[in-house]
Design a protein around this ligand. Structure first.
Ligand code: NAD
Length: 406
């Protein structure tokens, strides 16, 4: 009976902010499948941005209501859905937290595309207002509620800058010698490469403040680029299918290459393709969220930070893998981004490994790479190849360099 009590009491009440998105939806299903009680909050801004940009998920995603009804049918489990704007509807957010009394709130609800954040003045201002406003509202609401809620936030590897510190990037904090000679362990310096990445750096400072001031318990996950589409939960019914973004603003690099490979058009590699990035499969994202949820910092402890990546790869090597698999050539195009042409990236991910994560890599023998190729083949009639090309430039010089060259 002790074991039963332990396993029952281990089930948590979770609110997933941004639970209709690419990472949030499969994470909500995974946690529900594991017996946790899940409530999704999402204002559907991502679906609205699709309409604004004139594109759509390659996969035909169902409405949130159809999704949760289908999940009830296949699993017998209930997921609540609430349409709340985390950055604007403070009172509704606070009321929901007081009503649900969650153990954990997972915060995915941000504008997450670096290109979209650099597209226009409107994109820059929206990204800052939405992301910082949302994070501040969440911290205020948790403090205001008086409840001891663990916040788990999705940050990005991009907060560190890529290869700027030299040597292995530690998990969030670095040892320094302060002027005067005192040794200290402080937040890794922030070195964002876009307005989007700047919001994640600012988020980290907000969490540090609310943690110190209100003893909020926070875990910040600095995630790499997510690839893949489906998970063991989303394949259970086509109405549960996850979104797959392939456009130049929201498509993550590997998914964009796979789309181009599937369409038989050249893989557009920015610059020399010498940028090294961290990658993680969507199934591992869902597992990492549960690990983070199960290992909260104690009250009074500083913000916990994990690096959430499975491996690092150079972009041109990723393109070469897709070229080999699909028989499509790659094409170097001027880089729309203001960034170093080449960088090394060495990242510690020891915390997740020691917590039991056994990461899927691009070369894992489990067919996940070919699963994405199958998705692309199945739905390629829905793809508009024009949308894959970059449509946002970091500054006027980058826009000029790309003019007529894509
Ligand atoms: P996504 O855009 O697919 O999902 C985000 C969801 O949040 C969307 O459904 C959107 O409608 C919702 N949302 C945004 N603002 C909101 C608001 N103010 N109120 C309520 N809902 C709101 O993005 P994703 O790829 O699932 O990313 C989720 C999180 O993970 C983001 O914070 C992102 O920065 C982070 N992340 C993603 C990746 C990646 O490769 N996809 C990599 C690193 C970090």
């Amino acid at each position: 009976t002790t074991a039963t009590t332990t396993s029952l009491s281990a089930k948590k009440k979770v609110i997933v902010l941004g639970g209709d998105g690419f990472c949030g939806w499969p994470t909500s299903l995974y946690l529900s499948d594991k017996g946790h009680s899940v409530t999704i909050v999402d204002n559907l801004s991502r679906r609205n941005i699709d309409t604004e940009l004139g594109c759509q998920s390659l996969t035909p995603i169902s409405s949130p209501q159809t999704r949760v009804n289908a999940w009830k049918e296949v699993s017998g489990k209930t997921i609540d859905f609430h349409n709340i704007d985390v950055a604007k509807d403070y009172d509704k957010l606070l009321a929901l937290i007081k009503e649900k009394k969650p153990d954990t709130i997972i915060h995915f609800a941000e504008q997450r595309a670096a290109p979209y954040s650099m597209k226009s003045t409107k994109g820059k201002r929206y990204t800052v207002d939405n992301n910082i406003g949302g994070t501040n509202n969440l911290c205020c609401a948790v403090a205001d509620s008086g409840l001891d809620v663990h916040i788990v936030h999705l940050g990005t590897m991009g907060v560190y800058g890529y290869g700027t510190s030299g040597g292995e990037i530690p998990e969030g904090y670095i040892d320094v010698t302060l002027p005067g000679g005192r040794e200290a362990n402080i937040l890794h310096p922030a070195y964002p490469g876009s307005v989007y990445h700047a919001t994640k750096c600012l988020d980290a400072i907000m969490f540090q403040f609310y943690n110190k001031n209100d003893q909020l318990r926070v875990t910040d996950l600095h995630q790499g680029i997510v690839w893949g589409t489906n998970t063991p939960q989303t394949v259970r019914d086509e109405r549960l299918i996850n979104r797959f973004d392939y456009d130049g603003d929201y498509g993550t690099v590997l998914n964009r290459f796979l789309m181009q490979g599937g369409m038989g058009v050249p893989l557009t590699v920015y610059g020399t393709g010498g940028q090294t990035r961290g990658f993680i499969h969507i199934t591992d994202t869902t597992k990492c969220l549960e690990i983070a949820m199960e290992n909260p910092p104690k009250k009074g402890e500083r913000v916990e930070i994990f690096n959430q990546i499975a491996e690092t790869r150079r972009v041109r090597d990723v393109a070469q893998m897709v070229a080999t698999q699909t028989g499509v050539d790659m094409k170097l195009v001027p880089n729309p981004r203001q960034e170093a042409a080449e960088n090394e990236l060495d990242v510690s991910n020891r915390k997740f490994l020691s917590a039991g994560l056994s990461p899927t890599t691009l070369e894992s023998e489990n067919g996940l790479f070919s699963e994405v190729i199958d998705i692309v083949q199945k739905y390629k009639h829905r793809c508009d190849p024009e949308m894959i090309l970059p449509a946002s430039y970091w500054n006027k010089e980058r826009a000029k360099a790309c003019e007529g060259n894509l």
